[in-house]
Design a protein around this ligand. Sequence first.
Ligand code: PFF
Length: 465
Amino acid sequence: MKKNERGLWATKFGFIMATVGSAIGLGNVWKFPYITGVHGGGAFVVTYLVCICLVGIPVMLAELIIGRSTHQNPEGAIEILASKKSNWKIIGYMGIFTAFIILSYYSVVSGWILSYIGKSILGKFNANQDAAQIASMLATLLQNGTLVIVLHFVFMAITTFIVMFGVHSGIEKASNILMPALFIMLLGLLIYALTIPGSLSALEFIFKPDFSKLTPKAVLEGLGHAFFTLSLGMGAMITYGSYLNHNQRLIPSAFLVALLDTVVALIAGVIIFSIVFTFNLEPDAGPTLIFSTLPSLFSQIPYGNIIAVLFFISLGFAALTSAISIMEVVVSFFIDKFHWTRKKVTISVGFAAFLLGILSALSFNVISEVKLPLGFLFGERPTFFDAFDKIASNILLPLGGLLIAVFVGFKVKKAVFDRELTTSEKKLVPIIKFILRFVAPALIGIVFLYGLNLTHPIFEYLGIE
Ligand code: PFF
């Protein structure tokens, strides 16, 4: 390892902000509301919350322990904790692969946000437009494949640029300012949203579970989303933990990050569904949901234009801090493993992910009719965009999380726990180990069996109808 290519977080606040910056992103503001809408609200939200508590927080702790005890990228970390030849290294390789896939389409959606920053600066969301006209703006953008690719390129280029400057000068400084800004803005919008007529229906939709609406697919999506939103299962938290020094207590950190992340998602949900029910929009609109709802709110409220500009800029930054962490997983691997320079690695990774992302960018226009033969896993045949998201979020991340839980639960030595946890934290080790060894793997296993339709062959084999 080249020591000078690595760094450490300068302050505790910097680490928390960067980690929260990784966790809070499109997953909270774009994806959580849209999948909640698709899966019918409350019962899905309960599933997601259960997965955050029982699986998410323990796996986050496991990743931070792996990262901080080794100061290495995911693959290198496992090599140190297990052995050079250990098969557990698959966790690292799988994480790097997953990160690469997520980065490719994450940047595409972030590109849409860049366009909405432009639209709001130009004052496109105003009272002369009704909700339907505003909702059609995204469809118009998505039809323009070239523009979507250009925006995707711009976003990837910005991410690449920041990652190139390394942990301290780039990531940490940006996060310290931008994450609090987004949080304050969301709080302001929440207060406003609670005064509009649809807010009661929104609260009911999100917080009143109707379990008859819950399908095995929704449960799988809830589990997958718990991983996605907390940046777990692919080594992002191993990587961020690897830049952490020993002043920081890991258990409170994991709780704090999960709490802030969940609060932001719920706030975004309340805001967006208040708009949906006020303007009679469709809650199950899918990936376009926030783009058709939020601008309607901005077009109605005082100073809406300025708020729109500020909001989309801070959402863009939230996406950026997450994209940075996703790219950092891949970049730190190549730096640690092959001793290449950060500059060379970052530019290559950014360019390759841009190329792969083109398939997602075109999934809404030129190749929208190309559906992949993965219906047996997901029910419907997905487009490239859907397939990348579903394979990464709902299969690879939970699978990675399962392996990380089992690895830390069974394989990591007691001495490592002793070193990484403080005296008061150590009291919790038996509970943590129990969850990592049994609870999390069992939950993930069961959700896989049902959500991916794997029960059928097994029951058939066992002769059960
Ligand atoms: N947690 C990010 C979000 O909610 O937008 C996305 C993400 C970042 C996923 C880092 C995975 C990851 F490793």
